[in-house]
Design a protein around this ligand. Structure first.
Ligand SMILES: Nc1ncnc2c1ncn2[C@@H]1O[C@H](COP(=O)(O)OP(=O)(O)O)[C@@H](O)[C@H]1O
Ligand SMILES: [Mg+2]
Length: 344
């Protein structure tokens, strides 16, 4: 049994490799961008690839390659169920509504007049978002009908880029006061003239508009990561004077309520997700999902002091969530080999 890993330093693959080395798991490094990738993968039972939404090249081919392999009975991480709605909040709206998961009420329009009719009658504030993006880029509070109409005009006009230099600069100024690292500010200024490559290449979001109800009075959102029967997480504090937590860089680890864990395990199982990082927010004492993603930063788990199992029992001590992913892939390979033997 042999696992192929596409290695991008700084992503899950660092710790996938570490886990394979530590446990004597047979693995090899492959390059998914290579024209001969299908041929390269012939000797492998599975492919694991932590691709990133802000790596433009990855997003050109990751879904296509992974789905093609899955159709040919290879085990892949992330698989189709886990992957198709990645970095697509609109796709997640449909999916979570279908499964009656507790999603923050969300609205999408593909017609300008219809969006405007809705905007006239709805209550405010609302939250505007583009379907793609992370770290709160392109997530805005819409205070009233006038602001909403302006956003709708823009959505059906020149649209929205993937990067907002003013928002990114404000984050850098905040970090500067904490780190006193002047380079942060200089880089932030440079971004006004030269946006990151992914933002220049990925094109604009336009011809649809997406909103959510604004859920007030939250000092934090909750990032819960569920992988199989294990979960861990953290609260992410909102930026000062702002309602947005994602990208703030301020965390409180391990402090997760049981109802969040219950929803996380339940939705992950019903949607058949290999791995899910949820953003939750509380409304009237009830946790609601803001969004879900298979990918997340690799540093957080080392700051957590333990994890929960699906019986909500706490397990103290260090853990390697990327190792859980490798083990789950190995189990899937074994299961799929057994199924094929029975069929033959
Ligand atoms: N509907 C909402 N009501 C209140 N706060 C929200 C809502 N949606 C998002 N937020 C806040 O904004 C942050 C960014 O939103 P999110 O949809 O997760 O975008 P991103 O993809 O940039 O992480 C969240 O971490 C949360 O703190
Ligand atoms: Mg988020």
């Amino acid at each position: 049994m042999k696992i192929a890993i596409h290695h991008t330093p700084g992503t899950f693959s660092n710790r996938w490799i570490e886990h394979c080395e530590q446990h004597g798991i047979n693995y090899g490094i492959v390059n998914c961008h290579d024209n001969h990738i299908v041929d390269q993968l012939k000797d492998y039972d599975a492919l694991m690839w932590h691709y990133y939404h802000d790596n433009y090249k990855d997003s050109l081919l990751a879904k296509q390659l992974l789905y093609a392999l899955e159709q040919a009975d290879k085990v892949v991480f992330p698989n189709f169920y886990t992957n198709w709605h990645f970095d697509d909040k609109v796709g997640q709206k449909y999916l979570l509504e279908l499964f009656e998961a507790p999603l923050v009420p969300s609205y999408v329009f593909y017609d300008k007049a219809e969006a405007k009719r809705w905007a006239k009658d709805t209550s405010y504030p609302k939250v505007f978002k583009t379907r793609r993006g992370a770290a709160s880029a392109n997530v805005r509070l819409v205070k009233n009908n006038r602001e909403c109409m302006r956003l709708i005009d823009r959505a059906f006009g020149k649209g929205f880029g993937q990067f907002d230099p003013s928002q990114a600069f404000a984050d850098r100024v905040r970090r500067f006061w904490e780190t006193k690292n002047l380079l942060e500010l200089v880089k932030g200024l440079a971004r006004f003239v030269s946006p990151p490559a992914y933002a220049r290449k990925a094109g604009r979001d336009r011809d649809y508009v997406y909103f959510q109800d604004y859920i007030p009075n939250n000092d934090f959102d909750i990032r819960l990561i569920v992988i199989g029967d294990r979960a861990y997480g953290m609260k992410r504090m909102v930026r000062s004077g702002d309602f947005r937590a994602s990208g703030s860089g301020h965390f409180v680890y391990d402090d997760i309520e049981a109802d969040v864990l219950r929803v996380g395990f339940d939705v992950t199982k019903r949607l058949k997700l290999q791995c899910a990082a949820y953003d939750f927010i509380y409304h009237d004492g009830r946790p609601l999902i803001i969004e879900v993603s298979f990918g997340f930063g690799i540093k957080g788990s080392s700051k957590c002091t333990g994890y929960w199992d699906s019986e909500l029992k706490w397990h103290s001590g260090e853990f390697n969530p990327q190792g859980w992913m490798v083990d789950a892939v190995l189990e899937e390979v074994i299961r799929s080999k057994e199924t094929r033997t029975i069929v033959e």
